[in-house]
Design a binder for this molecule. Structure first.
Ligand code: NAD
Length: 541
């Protein structure tokens, strides 16, 4: 059998298309959106080479028109989950033994499919299922997911190339084995790219996976399975099961072959999963790898030396794009007294011009929040702020769920830097501002650092370089993704590897080789080229 050292094509970030009026990509995605909107689908469980329909099903609805039915998805029983585990473990031998250049070619092909013939469908599915504007869908379901697949291939090459030294007379090697069991991928609603990356990054490293997408994202998760199948992913490597999160999790997490968790979602759920893994530790064949990227309470801090317009724009985009439903969304801001009136005037001007409605009307910047549960939670914070004397709603605060789950971008001004909306993750279009006296800018950085349990993203704005240096050091542990004079959202694969610490996760940096390394178990091999034939060392004479 021939062999060689193979290098995947050098990855480049997928260009983001503009979708300007009259452009061919705009026409195509709108046509595809209408076709998909009017066609009901049934999403099966993908287990091994089978597509399984269960007795119990749930309907799928777009958040911006909840009376509309997109189709149904399955409610797996425990036996289905165990079948998914079995299918994964059966596929493992051949998949783990497959040369890596063959494995990654499947995902490189998948990246070309979603940036080519599937582009409009990937975008339309994400616009419909998660209520994203075309721009938010494009940077997520196409650009970021294609980037994950292309760059992960390159990261594997870098890891495999990392080899130990050999002294004279020996030949040392490092083998990067997949983990022995199967990986459980649990994904959130808010990014199709994360839903695609969490099951596939372990699979690219030779692992097999049981994947549970969010109930609010099944419609676009189904597109990912279609694409992976079209790209030639062998049956059983990734098995998608949907239904009750706790029922599925119990069957998976108590299984002796459970080998690792790749999770993105809220902090509470991650902590619950970690606890269940801890309780099951004696039952596992190996200690599971745990990667979890979780919640955030991301900040924008302004120094008096910073420019007003750039801060207001960062607030408008950072807090309200995709209705604040990004783990990185700005949700607390610290503004110096001398600048507040100007920042607010500019922010108000920008936010007042944001149109709200369904994503197929491309003049809308704000679309719906994901579900009735999210709507009720977010509006609960808004109503509480109306009552609390230390809070004042100075922008927005209106909402309506009669057709879709719509909430106007809302700004709360508080006199208490520890007010509840400065501390808790809301995951909606709500920004809380605390105005500090200019002379206390250093103390305000202490507040930024100490106010919430999270440490995901944050941004500082200043022109004074001594201040930038001071704040960068002072906030060293406040954010895993730290921005200077930029909004705290919009991390790009291979440019801003993503993840935070504290209550925000294990900081294993999706979009970098540090994530992939977690799905491998290295084996060090030493071969002696000249084995000794006598036990005596020279010192023995
Ligand atoms: P979520 O925690 O509600 O759900 C995430 C996943 O966990 C879903 O698949 C859900 O079905 C599953 N789940 C829920 N309860 C479970 C249980 N008891 N047992 C097992 N699985 C369970 O989160 P979401 O609403 O889908 O996403 C929003 C959250 O995700 C926010 O907290 C956000 O900050 C976070 N997030 C973080 C990052 C990051 O990179 N740090 C990225 C995106 C989203």
């Amino acid at each position: 059998m021939g062999t060689g050292l193979f290098f995947p094509p050098r990855a480049k970030n997928e260009p983001v298309l503009a979708y300007a009026p009259g452009s061919p990509e705009r026409e195509e995605v709108l046509r595809t959106y209408r076709e998909m909107w009017n066609r009901r689908i049934e999403v099966p469980l993908y287990i091994g080479d089978r597509e399984i329909l269960t007795e119990k099903k749930k309907e799928m609805h777009p958040p911006h028109e909840h009376a509309h039915v997109l189709g149904v998805f399955q409610q797996a029983e425990r036996e289905h989950v165990l079948q998914a585990v079995e299918a994964a473990m059966q596929a493992r031998k051949a998949w783990a033994a497959m040369p890596w250049e063959q494995r990654v070619s499947i995902f490189l092909r998948a990246a070309d499919l979603i940036s080519g013939p599937y582009r409009a469908r990937m975008n339309a599915a994400t616009m419909i299922a998660q209520s994203k504007t075309i721009h938010q869908a494009e940077i997520d379901a196409v650009a970021e997911l294609a980037d994950f697949w292309r760059f992960n291939a390159e990261y594997l090459e870098r890891i495999y190339k990392e080899q130990p030294e050999s002294a004279p007379g020996e030949y040392n090697r490092m083998e990067y084995r997949p983990l022995e069991g199967f990986i459980y991928a649990v994904t959130p609603f808010n990014f199709t790219s994360i839903a695609g990356n969490l099951p596939t990054s372990p699979a690219m490293a030779g692992n097999v996976v049981v994947w549970k997408p969010s109930a609010s994202q099944v419609y676009s998760a189904n597109m990912i399975m279609e694409v992976l199948r079209e790209a030639g992913l062998p049956p059983g490597v990734i098995n998608m099961v949907t239904g009750s999160a706790t029922k599925i999790t119990e069957a998976v997490i108590t299984h002796p072959d459970f080998g690792g968790l790749h999770f993105t979602g809220s902090t509470d759920v991650f902590q619950y999963l970690w606890k269940r893994m801890g309780e099951n530790i004696p039952n596992y064949k190996a200690y599971p790898r745990i990667v979890g990227e979780t919640g955030g309470k991301d900040f924008i801090w302004m120094h008096p030396s910073a420019g007003v317009k750039e801060v207001a724009t960062a607030l408008a985009r950072g807090a309200f794009e995709y209705q604040g439903q990004k783990c990185s969304a700005a949700s607390r801001a610290y503004i110096p007294q001398s600048k507040w009136n100007d920042v607010f005037a500019e922010l108000k001007k920008q936010v007042d011009s944001m149109k709200m409605g369904a994503p197929d009307d491309m003049s809308n910047f704000i679309t719906a929040v994901i579900s009735e549960g999210a709507f009720n939670k977010i509006t609960g914070y808004i109503e509480q702020a109306r009552k609390d004397p230390q809070a004042e709603i100075i922008l927005g605060g209106e909402y309506d769920k009669s057709v879709g789950y719509f909430i106007r971008p809302t700004v709360i001004l508080t006199t208490d830097p520890h007010y509840v909306t400065m501390e808790e993750e809301i995951f909606g279009p709500v920004l809380t501002v605390y105005v500090y006296p200019d002379g206390e800018w250093k103390e305000s950085l202490d507040l930024v650092d100490g106010t919430s349990p999270y440490g995901l993203t944050g941004a500082i704005f200043a022109r004074d370089r001594y201040v930038i240096d001071y704040a960068t050091k002072r906030l060293e542990n406040a954010a895993g993704n730290f921005y200077i004079n930029d909004k705290p959202t919009g991390a790009v694969v291979n440019r801003q590897p993503f993840g935070g610490a504290r209550a925000s996760g294990t900081n294993d940096k999706a979009g970098s080789m540090w994530n992939l390394i977690r799905w491998m178990s290295p084996r060090a091999i030493k071969e002696n080229l000249n084995p000794p034939t006598d036990y005596r060392y020279p010192f023995l004479g």
